[in-house]
Design a protein. Structure first.
Length: 649
């Protein structure tokens, strides 16, 4: 309960939120920069009611609402065990290290909160101890990194790699020592009582609030009914922040995937366990050679070039390459037989046996299965070949596994509604009963932002668009004096426009792909008048308040590529059901993506800037109205003179 007196009998539950967020409430008294936000109060009241009445809620909360505190306060006051799931690591860390400690100062009891991450973020003590006695490291850098980790292990309470600020991101030794499930023996491990994963689970089991990310949440949901158990303790309510990402993340974890990397990792882990336990032999070496060779041969025969491509002709592929397919199955079976012989000597073989069985089942499903509810596709990326199956429609899965069994699911994001309606996200996620709330952004968009759409540019599909767009970008950047994100829907177009513009302006430019994302953002923030050319990964979760970011330029309306195998399957599925995939799926998806991209610019009440969309189809096509009515109430123009005037003010 808040440190104020509890509400008297007869007071509404909503008054608790008002006591905290109201003009004369606790937050106003304690926070030096408090600003009353009616939308924040309304959101908190609705979430408080949803938690008390055990029902679902959808909330679109515009930028500046203060949505994090708006859901945290009711969650804390509810007394229920609640999982909070975010899409980005930055928001997880903000919740745990900033917002929760702030609230702890204002509640008369300590808050029991756990921060859960994927297993590969944690050190495995048993692997570390094994590595001290057996040959595992290669090269001077690995030896130096290992010494750093060994020293840290004796002092850390969490085993979380995030504490190891001196360990390079590129360190290869961490992957040999992390606590991923593939080699975990669970309660049979000598270090089980001291295991960092066990300690994380214990903290979570003792907590009222559990902070996770979407990938961990849906990884847990996908295996929750299996014998080797769940990751997250039982909960009665979930809050999804950045909820617009749920469909794609759920699809990944309810799908099936195999890659050349997965076979190589299995073989390498078997070799490592055999070496540590003195079980290596020439016979095992030959068996793993057959496994590697079989995977390499079969995956090399898969059709398609670089990138993602559909795999609809699987029966013909299997018929043509039956010999290679059966050879790989035999190699997996031979590997499993070798592991069973080794299992009599060490418990560490059990998870390897399970993995071999999972790999075999996955291979059979991906090549010989015939589940029409999945789309099958291939991706070639960084010398790896990935064979995958993704559910075409996750709505029924989510209804059965999430929205039906959990009595309170709250979804919030700055971008969930299309034309002020939640119909799209309801249908895509299988939400049948839920209250709805739209909280407008807390800013004066008509004064702070100008939306500019030049009429003169050719259609983005026209061969002349790149050169014309580069000229327009150059013209805009000269007015904004750099200080801009230039965002693209494709890497190729990003590079082409960057090459043309970077020679035409005097301001420093950065290009996605030339350095890690975090390094590029830091350089952008610290470099006056900088311009960053980037793609979709910079469209969300990036916060650069102030004059350093005064312009966001987007090359075209962000329609998903219709030839992408998952998008293509969803379009076909809607069409076969008698629907209109363009207006029911493609346009709403693009609307939400555009809202995310434009959301990078205005982050506080002092920000000003121009949003430039170089795709004038929004003016010419009938569907353009849907985009305009879904965006915040920006001032907008088609005249470049208005852009000049805006930057001169």
């Amino acid at each position: 309960m808040p440190s104020q007196a509890p509400p008297a009998a007869g007071q509404t539950r909503a008054s608790r939120a008002r006591q905290f967020f109201g003009p004369g409430g606790l937050l106003a008294a304690r926070h030096p920069e408090f600003e009353f936000r009616p939308g924040q109060l309304k959101m908190a009241e609705e979430i408080e009611a949803a938690l008390a009445e055990k029902r679902h809620l959808l909330v679109e909360a515009g930028t500046g609402t203060g949505k994090t505190l708006a859901y945290l306060v009711p969650v804390v006051a509810s007394g229920r065990r609640v999982v909070i799931s975010t899409y980005t690591k930055n928001l997880q860390e903000q919740l745990y290290y900033k917002d929760i400690p702030f609230l702890e100062k204002h509640f008369d009891r300590s808050l029991h909160v756990a921060y859960m991450k994927g297993r590969n973020n944690f050190l495995c003590r048993q692997k570390l101890y094994d590595a001290q006695n057996k040959p595992l490291l290669s090269g001077l850098m690995e030896i130096e990194d290992f010494a750093l980790i060994r020293q840290w292990e004796s002092t850390t309470a969490t085993g979380d790699r995030a504490e190891l600020v001196k360990l390079p991101e590129t360190s290869t030794v961490w992957a040999k020592l992390d606590a991923r499930r593939e080699l975990c023996t669970g309660q049979k491990c000598p270090q089980f009582e001291r295991c960092f994963i066990s300690l994380m689970h214990q903290r979570a089991a003792e907590s009222d609030i559990i902070i996770v990310n979407h990938h961990l949440f849906f990884a847990d949901l996908a295996i929750r009914d299996l014998d080797f158990g769940s990751i997250i303790p039982d909960y009665s309510a979930v809050v999804f922040d950045e909820a617009h990402e749920i469909e794609d993340v759920a699809g990944q974890h309810f799908g099936v995937a195999l890659s050349t990397h997965k076979f190589e990792e299995l073989a390498r882990d078997i070799e490592s366990v055999a070496r540590v336990n003195d079980l290596a032999s020439s016979g095992l070496h030959r068996t793993l050679g057959l496994l590697r060779e079989g995977a390499r041969d079969l995956f090399a025969l898969l059709p398609g070039g670089e990138g993602r491509s559909g795999f609809r002709d699987r029966p013909c592929f299997l018929e043509k390459h039956q010999k290679q397919y059966e050879s790989l199955l035999d190699a997996i079976d031979l590997t499993a037989s070798s592991l069973k012989l080794m299992q009599k000597k060490t418990e560490e073989i059990a998870p390897l046996l399970r993995r071999a069985a999972e790999v075999r089942l996955s291979l059979e499903f991906l090549l010989a299965g015939n589940d029409r509810s999945f789309v099958y596709w291939i991706e070639r990326r960084n010398r790896g070949v990935f064979l995958q199956a993704t559910p075409i429609d996750v709505s029924q899965l989510l209804a059965e596994r999430l929205f039906d069994p959990v009595d309170t699911v709250i979804l919030t994001s700055a971008t969930m509604a299309v034309e002020d309606k939640f119909d799209f996200i309801r249908k895509r996620l299988g939400i049948t009963t839920a209250r709805e709330l739209i909280v407008p952004g807390h800013f004066d968009y008509r004064k702070q932002a100008l939306l500019y759409v030049p009429r003169s540019l050719p259609d983005p599909r026209d061969p002349g668009f790149v050169r014309a767009a580069a000229g327009e970008v150059t013209r805009i950047l000269k007015q904004s004096r750099g200080r801009a994100f230039v965002l693209f829907t494709s890497y190729q177009q990003m590079r082409q426009v960057h090459d043309l513009v970077s020679f035409a302006i005097e301001y420093p430019t950065l290009l996605q792909g030339t350095a890690p994302k975090t390094a590029l953002l830091e350089e952008f923030r610290s470099t006056p008048h900088c311009v960053l050319f980037a793609t979709s990964s910079f469209w969300q979760g990036v916060d650069v308040p102030g004059e350093q970011l005064s312009c966001v330029i987007i090359d075209r309306l962000p329609f998903a590529v219709p030839s992408d195998p998952v998008v293509e399957a969803r379009i076909r599925n809607i069409r076969e059901d008698g629907g209109n995939p363009f207006y029911e799926y493609q346009v709403p998806e693009a609307v939400l993506a555009l809202k995310q991209g434009f959301g990078r610019l205005i982050r506080n009440r002092k920000d000003r800037g121009v949003l430039a969309l170089l795709d004038n189809r929004i003016l010419r096509q009938r569907y353009g109205r849907i985009f305009f009515t879904s965006l915040p109430d920006y001032a907008h123009t088609t005249e470049f003179g208005e852009v000049e005037k805006f930057f001169q003010e």
